[in-house]
Write a protein that binds this ligand. Sequence first.
Ligand code: PGA
Length: 249
Amino acid sequence: MRRSIIAANWKLNASRSMVDTFMPAVDAQASASGNTDIVICPPYPYLDLVGQKVQASNLHIGGQTMSLEKEGAFTGEVSADMLRDVGCRYVILGHSEQRRYHADSDISIGTKMVTALRAGLTPIVCIGESLQQRKEDKAESTIMRQLGALLALGRWVDLSDLVIAYEPIWAIGTGETASPEQAQAMHAYIRAELTKSRAQLADTVRVLYGGSVNPDNAAKLFAQTDIDGGLIGGASLQADSFNQIITAV
Ligand code: PGA
């Protein structure tokens, strides 16, 4: 049985006062939802503050991305070891916004995944097709390419801890969610691809759905066999809506 995960991707949104009101409410909900792992991924400057407010044993903090590098002259970068050092258990990798604005590629993301796993972080690796790719019937081939790079680069590493987030780009921040059937079909495809490569992964790897998840659509999405939880953007910024999503899983 795979444990479900609900992860909050705050993106470029946070303040001390937001953390002060958000965390006690979500910590209480996490305590009441012991079968689910809850992950909060704030912007770097708030990791420590968020971490200080964690009490529930199933509530964790994570980074939104990280560097390929370990240390040195890389202005603006943050390493896997630093994330661990400040208490992170997770890191989001390959989010479509990082792919788009920071030139993250299939290769760099796969390499970061290996670095993260070796540092003891659980990577939540985002994959997903654009609207154009879906229209051209290239959704599956896009996913196959993205997954293929991960599996190739992760060939010699234990990937049982890996978390995949299927995030169709056309559903991110648009209010347009994949239907539960569309999402389930792609999650089943992802699991089938994983099985082809390494049979045991298909049962252990958790596959999250992300893209305009909200309290109204969450339960139907999470009821699908191959959806193990969600990566939540906009609806993770308020404790109220985020807690409702936790309850839905
Ligand atoms: P959204 O973002 O929930 O605001 O669509 C999800 C994500 O980008 O991870």
